[in-house]
Design a protein around this ligand. Structure first.
Ligand code: ADP
Ligand code: MG
Length: 700
């Protein structure tokens, strides 16, 4: 049968139902999916290292013959070590596999195998070299066929029962079967401009490189073939974004009047202080967008406390002065209420009507709020996703502001936008995002960054302490409370699970009864009723409670400038982004603030690196980069639900230069009027897989 990219893998030779199922579990359904399962490493099996030439401390690839193998169990230990002795024409080598029980009976004397790993001097017999836990492959036939030796060999990550060797054969077979039936996916001029090979040639060379190819370059994913495939993945995604952007810009938006003495007056009235240079700059960017007749789609990024909200309220002022309504949507009720109070204070100075709409309201109040939004009496509506519900209809929505902190997806953004007729959209986020991620997550938005804090902020010092040192920590907290400051104690109740919550409540009781009996302690967690939450927050804000024991619900937006201490217990359980968000609750006043991370001394590895990063820096960008490196993009803020594409070939960590290039090429091309239809067709013609992954990019 004719094989093409859309052929299902089970039609390939060597793929039975079982293997097909294993592949399907890894989202490999079609030949195309399979071809984009690239090797993660390459081995030079043309030039094997002779045993006599091995240098201790270096990794090498050997082609050897099994001399002997045995499983050794040690008295008093449950695991066993597999010892293998191998030889070639130049000598013999000892190989050890820890936890090697599974290898018992695996090797036969005389068998030809390839070993790849690091060789070290035997600690107990310094005259001897040994290879520890190498990767190995048994060669088929008479010492291996053409896919496994005599060339640069691709090494795949195993997929279920499919070993690297089996995958290599499958891919070899698939490439043979498909022949030259691999259609091109990149415009010719882009390929020419960047020296990229054709798609088919690139796939071939990425799986089975020419013997002359440079091994280091291959292993760094830097060959033209690999670069082309990485570029392709970024480019098609960015092209989807660019075309969507084009369509949106074709919609008629609102051209707000901005340069008007009356509006300038109103802005002055609203702003109670001198804006920072950064605030001035981003407001000018926003006002510029609002003035243009195409809908604004802008992301406003800035550290917690950098003054985003006030800028957003200025944008709202412009909309209101033009006779439109504005909406401000927050991810939690606490934050919505806080925004509401702040907005009412600020916009009240200009006499505007601000309305609150959250689901926890009494029915009568809610009905009234909805009515005011519908009639246009409400000039700014602040709320949670309750704003998106069906009964809520705006009279004349002109500006939608979303304070999202990574909690709203593309879809909600779209729904809020649909509450008006092409209103301008401003998304605010306090989470510093590495640029590579911003380009994928928010690639369809223009970016404004507030990179400066308002004056008069006290510095924040961060320390790590162990649980044994808690008494000293509480003593320090007490000294701050005596100086009329306030403090947070944070517990890791991340999912509001019952058990974690119980621990937090127990600790609250302990702290309030025994540790801080002379102070008033509040408790805040996600399971409290809304009125209770509001009351606790209000009491803390007003200074009636000096200490607040809280779960991560305080993560978002809570603003109490007098709180100068934050103790985070079990800090090792929090992610970096979360720790940074939490710490952003302090250092909001002019006094010096302290963040104390309490974690077991033995908490090591990644947890330690997170804590050390927090101690070392308060720079959000640096923290975000570290977070991305530690967690990898997949985990980073749980990006999947936010419309980031699942990358198959590219890596946001490794390939940022190609991402920038792809973005530039895609947006330039899509910017040419005459090209758009042809490019839309290109995307539509691609395999359904691309489409599926673009679906997310197409909404919103
Ligand atoms: P964000 O939304 O970025 O967290 P906010 O807009 O809520 O920041 O501002 C944080 C605090 O700083 C608020 O109390 C606000 O009134 C104050 N603030 C903002 N901009 C300035 C400024 N330019 N000068 C002084 N204080 C400011
Ligand atoms: Mg804010």
């Amino acid at each position: 049968m004719n094989v093409n990219l859309w052929t299902e893998v089970n039609y390939l030779k060597g793929v039975g139902p079982q293997r097909a199922e294993a592949l399907a579990r890894r989202s490999i359904h079609t030949v195309e999916d399979l071809l984009y399962h690239l090797p993660f490493r390459y081995e030079d099996r043309v030039h094997f290292t002779p045993i006599a030439k091995i240098e201790p401390g270096s990794a090498c690839t050997l082609q050897v013959e099994v001399a002997d193998g045995s499983l050794l169990r040690y008295r008093g230990r449950r695991d066993a070590m597999y010892h293998l002795i191998v030889r070639d024409a130049t000598g013999i080598l000892y190989v050890k596999f820890f936890h090697g029980a599974y290898l018992d009976g695996r090797f036969r004397p005389g068998q030809r195998i390839v070993l790849h790993g690091k060789v070290e001097i035997d600690r107990y017999r310094p005259a001897r070299l040994e290879m520890l836990n190498p990767e190995f492959e048994t060669l088929g036939g008479a010492g291996g066929d053409s896919t496994e030796v005599g060339r640069i060999v691709p090494i795949y990550e195993a997929i279920g029962p499919l070993s690297p060797r089996v995958l290599r054969r499958l891919l070899h077979g698939a490439l043979e079967a498909i022949g030259d039936a691999i259609p091109e996916s990149l415009p010719a001029e882009i390929r020419e401009r960047n020296g990229f090979p054709a798609r088919g040639a690139a796939l071939r060379a990425a799986h089975f490189p020419a013997p002359t190819e440079n091994l280091d370059r291959l292993n760094q994913f830097q060959t033209p073939a690999q670069r082309r495939l990485i570029f392709e993945e970024f480019f098609l995604f960015q092209l989807g974004l660019a075309l969507r952007r084009r369509r949106e810009e074709a919609e008629p938006g609102i051209a707000f009047r901005v340069r008007d003495p009356k509006i300038r007056e109103a802005l002055k009235r609203v702003l109670p202080f001198k804006p920072t240079e950064a605030q001035k700059r981003v407001l000018a960017e926003i006002a510029g967008d609002m003035e243009r007749p195409t809908p604004m789609n802008r992301l406003l990024q800035g550290e917690v406390g950098s003054g985003k909200t006030i800028v957003a309220l200025e944008a709202a002022t412009i909309a209101i002065e033009n006779g439109y309504q504005a909406a401000l949507m927050a991810p939690t009720e606490i934050l919505a209420v806080q925004h509401f109070l702040g907005a009412r204070r600020v916009l009240g100075r200009a006499g505007y009507h601000v309305e609150l709409l959250v689901s926890g309201m009494k029915p009568a109040a809610r009905r009234e709020a909805i009515e005011n939004v519908g009639s246009g009496v409400a000039q700014l509506a602040v709320g949670t996703h309750a704003l998106l519900e069906d009964p809520v209809a705006f009279h004349r929505l002109g500006l939608a502001i979303i304070d999202e902190q990574h909690r709203f997806g593309v879809l909600q953004r779209k729904r809020l936008r649909e509450k008006g007729i092409s209103p301008d959209v401003l998304v605010m986020t306090a989470t510093p995002i590495p640029r590579t991620l911003a380009l994928t997550l928010y690639g369809d938005l223009d970016l404004s960054v507030i990179d400066q804090m308002p004056p008069g902020r006290g510095p924040v010092s961060t320390f790590r302490r162990s649980e044994e040192e808690l008494a000293g920590v509480w003593e320090f907290v007490r000294s701050q409370l005596r100086a009329a400051r306030q403090a947070y104690v944070i517990y890791p109740v991340v999912e509001e699970s019952r058990q974690e919550l119980k621990a937090a409540i127990a600790q609250y009781e302990r702290l309030s009864k025994y540790v801080f009996p002379e102070w008033r302690v509040g408790l805040l967690h996600g399971r409290l009723a809304n009125e209770e939450k509001d009351r606790v927050m209000e009491e803390f804000r007003g200074g009636k409670r000096q200490l607040l024991v809280a779960t991560t619900v305080v993560e978002v937006g809570v603003d109490v400038p007098n709180a100068t201490v934050m103790v985070i217990e079990h800090a090792e359980r929090f992610g970096l982004a979360q720790l940074h968000q939490l710490r952003g609750r302090i250092g909001r006043g002019s006094e010096k603030s302290y963040c104390i991370l309490v974690a077991p001394r033995e908490a090591g590895g990644e947890a330690s690196e997170r804590l050390e990063t927090m101690v070392r820096t308060t720079n959000g960008a640096e923290i975000a980069e570290t977070d991305l490196r530690l967690r990898g993009p997949g985990e980073f803020f749980g990006t999947a639900q936010h419309g980031a594409p699942a990358l198959r070939v590219a890596s946001l960590l490794r390939d940022h230069e190609l991402l920038e290039l792809a973005r530039k090429e895609a947006f330039t091309l899509a910017g040419e009027e005459s090209r758009a239809p042809q490019l839309e067709r290109l995307l539509d013609s691609l395999d359904p897989n691309w489409q599926r992954r673009y679906e997310l990019a197409k909404v919103g």
